[in-house]
Design a protein around this ligand. Structure first.
Ligand code: ATP
Ligand code: MG
Ligand code: MG
Ligand code: MG
Length: 482
C-alpha cells in the first residue's frame, strides 16, 4: 500500500466516523514560540488547552512534521525521520477512551477490503500507563488483547502533560512486532527495534496542578471536558505495509536513496547492524534521502537557509546531506540530481513542491554551492595547517580545528578525515574544550537575548512526546559536525 493511499484511507475512515477532515498545517508552526510543527496536535493546541472553542467536536488530519531532535537517529534506527507525517484523530470533549481505543484497533486490524490496514492482531502489542486500569480493561476485555501483550509503563513513557498547570493524562501506545529476526522477545519494554511504536493515544482527562517537572506534579481532578489526541507515524505504517526494512525505503523516500546510491556508484544493501561492513555507507544514503526530503518540504513551506532559527535547521540539513554524499565519494554538486527525485516522490500528495520547484530548487542549489565553496576554501587553510603540523611533528592543534570550524564553517569530521589521510592526528580534546567555551559564551549571550521572550521550555514540555523543539544555541553549538 502506497503512502498516499495510507493517508487517504486514514482520512476517509475517520471521516466516516464523524470526524472533520482538516488539511495539514504548515511546517512553520502557527505559534511563534515553536519553531516547527512537531506533532499532529500542534495546530489544535488552542482547542486542546481550552483557550478556544473548537469549531468541530471531532477532527482528523495527516500533518507534516519536523523533529530536529531526532536528527542523530536518522538512518541508524529504522523509524526516525527529521520529516515525517503524523496521522491523527482528535476528540474535543466528545468521545473518550473506549471509542478512541476501539477506533484505532478497528482501523489497524480490519481487512484491507473493508477499508482497514489489515495488520494481524497477533503482531500488535499495547502499552498502558501503569495506573490506568481503565485502559488496560478496555484493551483486555472489550478488544480481547491477551494480557501477555499488554505492558504497563511509567510516567516517562506513557503520560502526557503540558509541563505547567493545564490538561494532562495517560497514554496508551500500539507497537508492531517485526518478528524474531529483528530482536529479542519480550515486547516493547525489551526491544524497540523489533517492536516498532506506530501509534500513540493520549487521553487528556486530568487537570494538572503545579509541579517541579515532567514526572513530578499534582493532579487536581478530572477535566470537565476530556480530549483525545492521537498520532500514528505514516512512514512507520508504510514500512510495515510495504514490507521494507525501514522508513527510508518506503515509496516517498526510496527514490532519493536510490539516486544517492547511483551517484556514488555504491550498492545500497539495507544493512541494519553496525557490524555489517556496508552499514556506514547505507546510513549515509538514508541520511541523504531523509535530509533532502526535509529540505524540500521546509523550503516549500517558506523556510530559507540562514544562521539562526528555522533557517539554521534547514542549512544544517542541506550541509549534512552534502557532507554525507562527499563521504560516499561524490564531490560535485548533487542536489540537482537528488532534489528532483524527492520532488517526484512527494508531488502526488503535495503538488506545491512541483508548482514551486523553480524557487525551491534555486534556494537549495545555491546553498549547496555555498557550502561546496566553504569546503574548498577551508581545504586550503587545512592543508596549510597540516603542513605546519607535519613540519613540527605534532598533531593538528585544537585551535586549528576550531578556527576551521568557527571561521570557515568547516565541519570537524571533515577535518578529522582529511588530517587522517595526511597521516596526522588531531587534538580532539583541545577542539572540544574550545567548543565548550564558545558554547558557554553563546548560552550566556542567549540568556541575555531571551529576556522578554516567550519561555520555550514550556512548549518543550507541552509537546513532551520526545525532545523535539529546537531550543536555540544549545543545539547549534553542541553540534560541531553539521
Ligand atoms: P519513538 O519513541 O519511536 O521515538 P515517539 O514516542 O517519540 O516515538 P510520539 O511523540 O508518540 O513518538 O509521536 C506519535 C507517533 O509519530 C509515533 O508513534 C510514531 O509513529 C510517529 N513518529 C514520532 N517520531 C517520528 C519520527 N522522527 N519519524 C517518523 N515517525 C515518527
Ligand atoms: Mg516513544
Ligand atoms: Mg510515543
Ligand atoms: Mg521519539
Amino acid at each position: 500500500m502506497k503512502s498516499h493511499e495510507i493517508a487517504s484511507r486514514w482520512l476517509s475512515y475517520f471521516e466516516k466516523n464523524g470526524h472533520t477532515v482538516v488539511p495539514s498545517a504548515s511546517l512553520i508552526s502557527s505559534d511563534p514560540s515553536l519553531l516547527f510543527t512537531v506533532a499532529g496536535m500542534v495546530p489544535f493546541i488552542p482547542y486542546l488547552t481550552a483557550r478556544e472553542v473548537a469549531p468541530y467536536s471531532r477532527a482528523t488530519s495527516v500533518q507534516k512534521c519536523i523533529r530536529t531532535g531526532d536528527i542523530e537517529e536518522v538512518g541508524k534506527t529504522a523509524r526516525h525521520g527529521t520529516f515525517f507525517q503524523m496521522c491523527g484523530n482528535f476528540s474535543f470533549g466528545d468521545y473518550f477512551k473506549p471509542d478512541a481505543i476501539r477506533l484505532a484497533w478497528q482501523l489497524l486490524t480490519s481487512d484491507v477490503a473493508d477499508g482497514g490496514f489489515g495488520l494481524p492482531a497477533s503482531r500488535l502489542w499495547i502499552t498502558v500507563y501503569h495506573e490506568d486500569e481503565e485502559a488496560l480493561e478496555i484493551w483486555r476485555d472489550s478488544i480481547g488483547v491477551p494480557v501477555e501483550r499488554i505492558q504497563k509503563m511509567g510516567k516517562k513513557d506513557n503520560y502526557w502533560s503540558t509541563g505547567q498547570p493545564g490538561p494532562a493524562g495517560p497514554c496508551s501506545e500500539i507497537f508492531y512486532d517485526r518478528g524474531p529476526a529483528y530482536g529479542v522477545d519480550g515486547g516493547p519494554e525489551a526491544d524497540d527495534t523489533r517492536y516498532v511504536e506506530i501509534w500513540n493515544l493520549v487521553f487528556m482527562q486530568y487537570q494538572r496542578g503545579e509541579g517541579t517537572g515532567k514526572d513530578d506534579f499534582e493532579i487536581l481532578g478530572e477535566l470537565p471536558k476530556k480530549n483525545i489526541d492521537t498520532g500514528l507515524g505514516l512512514e512507520r505504517l508504510a514500512m510495515i505495509l510495504q514490507g521494507v526494512e525501514n522508513m527510508y525505503e518506503t515509496d516517498q523516500v526510496r527514490p532519493v536513496l536510490d539516486r544517492a546510491a547511483a551517484l556514488s556508484g555504491k550498492a545500497y544493501t539495507s544493512a541494519e547492524s553496525p557490524e555489517d561492513p556496508h552499514h556506514t555507507d547505507d546510513v549515509r544514503m538514508r541520511v541523504v534521502a531523509d535530509h533532502i526530503r526535509s529540505s524540500l518540504m521546509l523550503i516549500a513551506d517558506g523556510v530559507t537557509p540562514s544562521n539562526e532559527g528555522r533557517g539554521y535547521v534547514l542549512r544544517r540539513l542541506i550541509r549534512r546531506a552534502v557532507r554525507a554524499m562527499r563521504l560516499l565519494g561524490v564531490e560535485k554538486a548533487c542536489l540537482p540530481e537528488l532534489l528532483p527525485a524527492s520532488r517526484d516522490a512527494m508531488k502526488g500528495v503535495y503538488p506545491e513542491v512541483e508548482k514551486d520547484f523553480e524557487r525551491i530548487s534555486r534556494i537549495a542549489y545555491a546553498e549547496e554551492k555555498a557550502f561546496l565553496r566553504t569546503i574548498a576554501s577551508g581545504t586550503a587553510r587545512l592543508e596549510e595547517a597540516v603542513r605546519e603540523s607535519l613540519a613540527e611533528e605534532r598533531p593538528l592543534s585544537g585551535q586549528d580545528a576550531f578556527t576551521l570550524h568557527d571561521t570557515y564553517g568547516f565541519p570537524i569530521d571533515l577535518t578529522l578525515e582529511m588530517a587522517e589521510e595526511a597521516g596526522l592526528a588531531v587534538d580532539a580534546d583541545g577542539f572540544r574544550s574550545l567548543m565548550l567555551e564558545q558554547r558557554r559564551r553563546a548560552q550566556a549571550d542567549a540568556r541575555g537575548k531571551k529576556a522578554g521572550h516567550a519561555d520555550l521550555s514550556v512548549f518543550n514540555e507541552l509537546l513532551g512526546r520526545g525532545q523535539t523543539i529546537f531550543t536555540g544555541y544549545d543545539e547549534l553549538t553542541s553540534e560541531a559536525t553539521i
